[in-house]
Design a protein around this ligand. Sequence first.
Ligand SMILES: Nc1ncnc2c1ncn2[C@@H]1O[C@H](COP(=O)(O)OP(=O)(O)O)[C@@H](O)[C@H]1O
Ligand SMILES: [Mg+2]
Length: 363
Amino acid sequence: MATTKAKAGLNNEGSPYRETNVSRTEASSPALSAGGAAPLSVANNSRTYSLDDFDTVATVGTGTFGRVFLVKDKKTRGFFALKAMKIPDVIRLKQEQHVHNEKEVLTEVNHPFLITLFWTHHDERFLYMLMDYVPGGELFSYLRSRGRFSNSTGIFYSAEIVCAIEYLHSKEIVYRDLKPENILLDGEGHIRLTDFGFAKKLSDRTWTLCGTPEYLAPEVIQSKGHGRAVDWWALGVLIFEMLAGYPPFFDDNPFGIYQKILAGKLEFPRHLDFYVKDLIKKFLVIDRARRLGNMKNGAEDVKKHRWFKSVDWEAVPNRRLKPPIIPKVSHEGDTSNFDTYPEDEWKKDTPVPPKDLEIFKNF
Ligand SMILES: Nc1ncnc2c1ncn2[C@@H]1O[C@H](COP(=O)(O)OP(=O)(O)O)[C@@H](O)[C@H]1O
Ligand SMILES: [Mg+2]
């Protein structure tokens, strides 16, 4: 069966439905230069890092413009994830603003279901982001290996995601890339959202066309501007995909997917719970003013939906719901829950000229 992941971004070649994890648009990593600005310390962390502090253990993910490595701190022997994005690719794909948004948003957030950013850096080839390493792997892998999740498993992940989205929206941040590839499981099985490459602090509405075809809301495809409502749409798609095993709108090319999204026709597999069908229908409403989560009471309306009746919402952000899947993690730096990636010549690019580096001087 398919185990490919989607490429976010609109230049997706597409597939019947995402079988492999090709990622978003592209990436590289940042670094520091002698004489450059002092590395910014991010999160509530006063340590100053340097790339020399780390040994690279393995690649745990590849993205559109780079890779995510498991690295080991030579001093403390602790593990981190280091996302490295190729600067020329970031520039070629016009993602400069997005990488700045990614840093800005991650610097501001602090929540049990979101990744923590400790440090950013850049050198002449890469932009770097140092995060905590989440060893359980992607929800995507568990979903594809199981085919689909039971109703109660779906409720657990959905409840944690609702809390994460509610928190982000309360800070005027829209996430814009919700999908199983970006939801990681920690050692106990709780979620951690990673990949804030499309996240954005909202001013009013925002118009960039970005995301992953299967998860795009109608207003994004139609360039009508899009705000928080896109995340509730994507949650509707995610819940459908978790319980059905495939997304509600799929086709072998993005254009076909967009047509299906705009046609708004939903076909549920027979086995779906009555209440979850009702919830999904309320998220996948084309008119975002009538979409659940995006009305006057915001996330409260979602939490009150009957499908979540068994959920103690106060317990959720305290990580007190019992995870349905406990990842097999034998030690802190275990990478067995991730795919293996060839450690090829990814580092062989030529350095970026100083004028191009200027754009990233604050990274
Ligand atoms: N903090 C992390 N811990 C463990 N794995 C991670 C972490 N961050 C990302 N990954 C892995 O790397 C993949 C790519 O990272 P992501 O930030 O999603 O890049 P892209 O923006 O290119 O999609 C993820 O899908 C995930 O498998
Ligand atoms: Mg990603």
